[in-house]
Write a protein that binds this ligand. Structure first.
Ligand SMILES: Cc1cc2nc3c(=O)[nH]c(=O)nc-3n(C[C@H](O)[C@H](O)[C@H](O)COP(=O)(O)OP(=O)(O)OC[C@H]3O[C@@H](n4cnc5c(N)ncnc54)[C@H](O)[C@@H]3O)c2cc1C
Length: 364
């Protein structure tokens, strides 16, 4: 059995590795357009992984906790306030930060050695259509930048946040660095995500139109909100426009849309790739189950959609609600909300529920 994957990115590499681990062959097709340029763009990008996600990656020998930076506490702040209104504490590390590029490169090196995967470089969009004529039972599309995606998955729920995420790494004096912080500023959410005792990654998702054009003001604001670090240097800022997109159809015939192609969410909760990992777990279980029973894979995509569409929709809407809530709250400075947060912060039941939601997503 050979599964076809299209696109060469973190999503398809992770999925390939899980399939290979189950003894399934993979043909991975990609257009060699922008891979090295993309890696330059993602130099300052980090991926926050929940405990559940990292344990899944460890079980698949994809990424290990010791290669990531462990976070013991998450503090959330309202704009200029020095007191966090909500915090999540854990004696063990509860969240892990991985460098996007290190994760990508080490995974690529490890799976290239495997005989079950064949990398197939295509030169043109047209040649991707030829794949449809081959006899793959399942084709998984993990990339939006091609005609196949545009032809079969153009029906999307979309929202343009009119925001840009600025990412960078700050170099600072050595500190014990296991607390992640997020400020819901009046310009948009600003997160400080530690990656070592001397480096911290920053994600500033800015919705203020004039600020988006002003890099030096962005740097000034990062310095202004930073309360922990003695900054030595702020590295180059990278920019990513932010959208919400959710595919209305998960599959067309035997083609499945997957990863960011299937769902993109606002980065404020650091959950986009965690959603993809939850999908990967379910999809590969469904494939393996049919193969073990000697069944064809005809029903797998339908079952996958039935299992994942609602949880993904509700999860994405939950993150969108959070974004709109803080935007609204900052604009109108509603003091009564502070009482609700005070109550939530003291209520272990509610905090556990939120932690579970961020760790495992929604389980129906
Ligand atoms: C600034 C930022 C920070 C993120 N932080 C986290 C995190 O901490 N934890 C986590 O699980 N996921 C996070 N994500 C989502 C995660 O980066 C993607 O799911 C992941 O990179 C997909 O990797 P890929 O290599 O398969 O796709 P890529 O080759 O990276 O292609 C996906 C494309 O989608 C873009 N993209 C991703 N999300 C959005 C969005 N909402 N709006 C617009 N474009 C988007 C990426 O920048 C990229 O260009 C973040 C996304 C962004 C933009």
């Amino acid at each position: 059995m050979t599964i076809c994957l299209i696109g060469k990115n973190l999503t398809t590499l992770v999925l390939s590795k899980i399939l290979i681990n189950k003894g399934i062959n993979v043909d991975l097709y990609y257009l060699d357009n922008n891979i090295s340029k993309n890696l330059t763009n993602t130099i300052s990008r980090t991926i926050g992984l929940s405990n559940d996600s990292i344990e899944f990656l460890e079980s698949q020998k994809i990424l290990f906790k010791k290669k990531c930076w462990g976070i013991k506490r998450i503090n959330l702040y309202k704009d200029e306030s020095f007191k966090s209104f909500l915090n999540f504490d854990s004696k063990k590390n509860s969240f892990f930060i991985a460098s996007y590029n290190n994760f990508y490169k080490s995974l690529e090196v490890s799976i290239k050695k495997n005989k079950l995967i064949k990398f197939k470089r295509e030169r043109s969009q047209k040649s991707l259509f030829k794949i449809l004529k081959k006899n793959y039972e399942i084709i998984i599309l993990g990339d939006t930048n091609n005609y196949l995606f545009k032809k079969y998955f153009s029906k999307q729920i979309r929202k343009n946040y009119k925001s840009t995420a600025f990412t960078t790494i700050i170099d600072h004096d050595k500190v014990e660095n296991n607390i992640a912080e997020q400020y819901f500023t009046k310009f948009g959410p600003l997160a400080f995500l530690p990656i070592s005792n001397t480096k911290t990654s920053v994600v500033f998702s800015v919705f203020e139109k004039d600020l988006i054009k002003n890099n030096s003001k962005i740097l000034e604001l990062i310095r202004h909100y930073n309360r922990i670090y003695k900054i030595k240097k702020i590295n180059a800022l990278k920019q990513f426009p932010i959208n919400l997109s959710l595919s209305r159809n998960y599959f067309h015939k035997n083609i499945l849309s997957f990863g960011d192609a299937l769902h993109r969410i606002h980065p404020l909760a650091g959950q986009g790739f965690n959603m993809t990992l939850r999908d990967s777990k379910i999809l590969t279980q469904l494939i393996k189950k049919n193969l073990d029973l000697g069944l064809s894979l005809d029903t797998v995509l339908e079952k996958f959609e039935a299992k994942r569409k609602n949880p993904n929709l509700v999860f994405a809407m939950g993150v969108d609600f959070l974004y709109e809530f803080f935007k609204f709250n900052n604009r109108y400075n509603m003091k009564s909300i502070d009482y609700i947060f005070k109550f939530m912060n003291k209520n272990l039941f509610i905090k556990n529920k939120i932690e579970n939601f961020a760790d495992k997503g929604l389980i129906f």
